[in-house]
Design a protein around this ligand. Structure first.
Ligand code: NAP
Length: 293
């Protein structure tokens, strides 16, 4: 089994971006808008700040209380849209249920939408245009496959999960690489059988270690997008919040000996997503400063 190690690729991207940032006249700056303080979101934001520091970019973290109104956030987004010192704006997901995330995201200037989640950028992805921003997780998955020379053209690829955040944009990106793409979801029948017929299987369902060895056959390439916190330890010991471990949607320990290659969790797609986000930010900064956009 070959390990699709995202940490190695992330380090290479960081090195490359650091060199690009040195050549820029201004420091790339991203503003992260967060509503509430979910521990998972806080952890992702901390990773983004750390990566920014590593490559010489700037991250400004703007936090709102849970009872913030859409109007207040929209006012801020509109100010950031016209602030020439800001090159990227992201809304940290999830947001509380009373806010409409896609409406808020669509307020972001598509040229500063480094998460690639506005309707404008998603449409460009659907049209296979290269002048938009691809969602960071999708871009990270594609870079990981690219780094390990995974052939996609004409291959059978299954995307398990159909969210707007991961499944749908990733299926489009795979299609743009001429893969024959199937998309599975919670209503798909005979999923293990469908999965075993594929060359590549990408999993993003948000269900810890749910996808077991019965879903796979030899020589398949597996990308596990899932990031789940699983409680570990003896039943009577698992109350403490410290006793958790990060696991994917794929049962890595049992699947790794069946397939040809697999990405681990942590250290797989998660690592790639942060790097891909900053690739988008540096690109946004370069384009904005060249007056291209
Ligand atoms: P989501 O919005 O909850 O979507 C989950 C999708 O999986 C849905 O389409 C759902 O089907 C499908 N699904 C759920 N259970 C299934 C099952 N048993 N069989 C087949 N399909 C099933 O989740 P998401 O935002 O896409 O995130 C998925 C996972 O990726 C999570 O663990 C999340 O933490 C992780 N994630 C990681 C990164 C990263 O950077 N690595 C980034 C984003 C998300 P229905 O549509 O029928 O409900």
């Amino acid at each position: 089994m070959k390990l699709l190690d995202g940490k190695i690729v992330k380090a290479k991207i960081a090195e490359h971006l650091k060199a690009e940032v040195v050549d820029l006249v201004v420091k790339p700056k991203m503003v992260i808008l967060q509503v509430g303080d979910l521990p998972e979101s806080n952890a992702y934001i901390a990773q983004k700040k750390k990566f920014a520091e590593e490559i010489g970019a700037e991250v400004v973290h703007q936090n709102y209380a849970n009872d913030v109104t859409s109007f207040e956030i929209i006012v801020d987004i509109r100010k950031l849209n016209i602030d020439s010192s800001v090159h990227g704006i992201i809304l940290q997901l999830p947001v509380p249920k009373n806010l409409n995330a896609s409406d808020l995201i669509d307020e972001i200037n598509p040229q500063k939408d480094v998460d690639g989640m506005t309707s404008t950028n998603l449409k460009k992805l659907a049209q296979n245009r290269t002048d938009g921003f691809i969602p960071a997780t999708t871009s990270g998955i594609m870079s990981l496959l690219g780094f390990y020379n995974v052939e996609l053209e004409g291959k059978k690829v299954l995307m398990i999960g159909r969210s707007m955040l991961v499944g749908k944009p990733t299926a489009l990106a795979l299609l743009n690489k001429n893969a024959t793409v199937s998309i599975a979801h919670s209503k798909t029948k005979n999923l293990p059988e469908l999965s075993r017929e594929q060359d590549v299987v990408i999993v993003a369902i948000g269900n810890p270690r749910f996808i077991t060895e019965e879903y796979f056959s030899s020589n398949q390439i597996v990308v596990d997008v899932g990031i789940n916190l699983e409680k570990v330890g003896l039943k009577e010991e698992i109350d403490g919040p410290q006793k958790t471990k990060l696991v994917g949607d794929v049962d890595f320990e049992n699947v790794k000996d069946v397939v040809g290659a697999i990405s681990p969790v942590p250290g797989g797609v998660g690592a790639m997503t942060v790097a891909a986000l900053f690739e988008n930010l540096v690109k946004a900064c370069q384009l904005q400063n060249k007056g291209v956009i």
